[in-house]
Design a protein around this ligand. Structure first.
Ligand code: NAI
Length: 336
């Protein structure tokens, strides 16, 4: 049965990687129809809001979206579209599988296979900031038992479903004794219901050191919002960079799939971005929709392109354009 999804190409390299991903999804025989929606810079110019109501209505109606990156102004301007979207739709779990690329592709480690689970709705991203007196500002970090237990359950359920052995809670509870302390306590309490899965924890700074020395020792990491945002980019750097790591924002009903990377204004419009991250997000989406055959076809073809390493984008040491890379994947699927 054909499923309608909301497609948000986004800003910067978004339209280029989204076009490549749709080309591949269609060539794989995915049974999808796309409802195109504009969010980000163009929506701001047209409607005065980077996240118009009709985008939200479309996602609520279809319950599944594939989204490109959206630019957020630094230090001023409108609130992040991504944060608004995640909070308004209660997409509380941000899932980012980080796996080394197959084949001889240039990357730091060839033995990484971990999953970053980031709490997606609160922490320092609650957006509650104010000036106390001139020269003094306050940003509130909100941590609730409800959201911490919910993300803990998500991480352990994911471990159970995907045969993963260990969940590591990441925190700074030695300093932030109340907020990160509550997050850690919720993880430990939840772990009791999952006896077969090991549970341990790391202080965020020590974790960062360990990740860049022996990343292969980690399995599932579960982190508060800000640490999860930072650590997922760090993890992308272990395995080929931002161009290759997929993501999913999941709630109880709605799911928005998007790459880890941003709009990459430095390379936008040049047809040189690596579309792998959004393609892999598309694979996650197909599995979520139960379209496993199309998902497997794309994954096998992607692995083939990395294994032969003849057609790679510049971030991975090749010369191929975004469209040439996508066509190589289509050829690999046709040859299956
Ligand atoms: P970025 O991820 O856009 O770029 C960082 C570096 O990685 C750049 O050198 C870029 O060229 C490279 N890069 C990123 N994706 C790539 C790809 N697919 N292929 C090849 N190279 C790639 O991060 P930056 O520059 O910090 O942010 C730019 C904008 O994106 C900001 O406005 C930020 O707020 C927004 N952003 C949006 C996200 C989203 O919509 N989910 C996530 C992260 C950032």
């Amino acid at each position: 049965m054909t499923q309608t999804i909301t497609l948000i190409p986004g800003d910067g390299i978004g339209p280029e990687v989204a076009a490549a991903t749709v080309r591949i999804l269609d060539a794989a025989g995915a049974e999808l129809e796309y409802e195109n929606q504009i969010a980000g810079g163009e929506a701001l110019a047209r409607h005065g809001d980077p996240l118009p109501n009709e985008v939200m209505d479309s996602i609520r109606r279809n319950q599944v979206a594939l989204k490109g990156p959206v630019t957020t102004p630094v230090g001023k301007g409108f609130r992040s579209v991504n944060v608004r979207l995640r909070q308004a739709l209660d997409l509380y779990a941000n899932l980012r599988p980080v796996r080394s690329l197959p084949g001889p592709v240039r990357q730091r480690f060839d033995n990484v296979d971990l999953v970053v689970v980031r709490e997606n709705t609160e922490g320092l991203y609650s957006g509650i900031e104010h000036e106390v007196v001139p020269g003094v500002v306050e940003s509130l970090k909100i941590v609730t038992k409800k959201a911490s237990e919910r993300i803990a359950r998500f991480a352990f359920e994911h471990a159970r479903l995907h045969d993963r052995q260990r969940v590591t809670a990441v925190h700074k509870a030695n300093i932030l004794k109340m907020s990160d302390g509550l997050f850690l306590q919720c993880l430990r309490n939840t772990a009791e219901a999952y006896e077969e899965i090991e549970c341990d924890d790391r202080i965020i700074d020590a974790l960062c050191m360990q990740l860049v020395v022996f990343p292969e020792r980690f399995d599932i990491l579960v982190l508060p919002n800000l640490y999860g945002d930072i650590v997922s980019d760090l993890c992308a750097g272990l395995v080929g960079g931002l161009g290759v790591v997929a993501g999913a924002n999941l709630g109880d009903k709605i799911a928005v799939f998007e790459a880890v990377h941003g709009s990459a204004p430095d390379i936008a419009g040049q047809n040189i971005a690596n579309p792998t991250a959004l393609i892999r997000s598309g694979i996650l989406m197909l599995r979520h929709l139960g379209q496993k055959e199309a998902a497997n076809r794309i994954e096998t073809a992607l692995d083939h392109v990395f294994n032969t390493a003849e057609t790679l984008t510049r971030d991975l040491g090749g010369q191929a354009s975004t469209t040439e890379f996508a066509e190589a994947i289509v050829r690999a699927m046709n040859a299956q």
